[in-house]
Design a binder for this molecule. Structure first.
Ligand SMILES: [Cu+2]
Length: 134
């Protein structure tokens, strides 16, 4: 009695196991695909950085306000005749110091951190540029 019943149960059991496997194979494939997508996406290059120019003529930063994205570069140009200038950021989260900028000198500031930052001139304390980095 028992031996003839045993093979039938095994066949049914195998079929059921097959059905159960197909239930988790599909989600697993979808999950693996999604993981692969994330890996590929994280290796794509960062969007092109924009450059902005700021003049120091007349002992003023112009423009006085910039809205940029993280990674963008602000170039500070001393186009102020024969005056020396300077540009620095002294935030807790972001620091920069151009050193002395002789006439004609340029300093590139790559803002790598989001936030609002003051760019100041160590020689002319009234000079101020506000940079919003989003
Ligand atoms: Cu200055």
């Amino acid at each position: 009695m028992m031996p003839p019943v045993q093979p039938k149960m095994t066949q049914a059991g195998t079929r059921r196991a097959g059905v159960r496997r197909s239930h988790w194979v599909l989600p697993l494939v979808v999950l693996a695909g999604f993981a692969a997508f994330l890996v590929v996406r994280s290796h794509q290059p960062i969007p092109l950085r924009e450059s902005f120019q700021v003049s120091q003529r007349g002992r003023e930063f112009r423009p006085e306000l910039l809205n940029i994205r993280r990674g963008d570069v602000v170039q500070i140009v001393n186009d102020d005749g024969d005056l020396s200038h300077h540009a620095y950021v002294a935030s807790e989260r972001f620091k920069f110091d151009s050193g002395d900028q002789e006439p004609g000198g340029r300093a590139d500031i790559a803002f790598t951190v989001a936030g609002t930052f003051n760019v100041l001139c160590g020689i002319h304390p009234k000079m101020r540029l506000v940079v919003n980095v989003r």
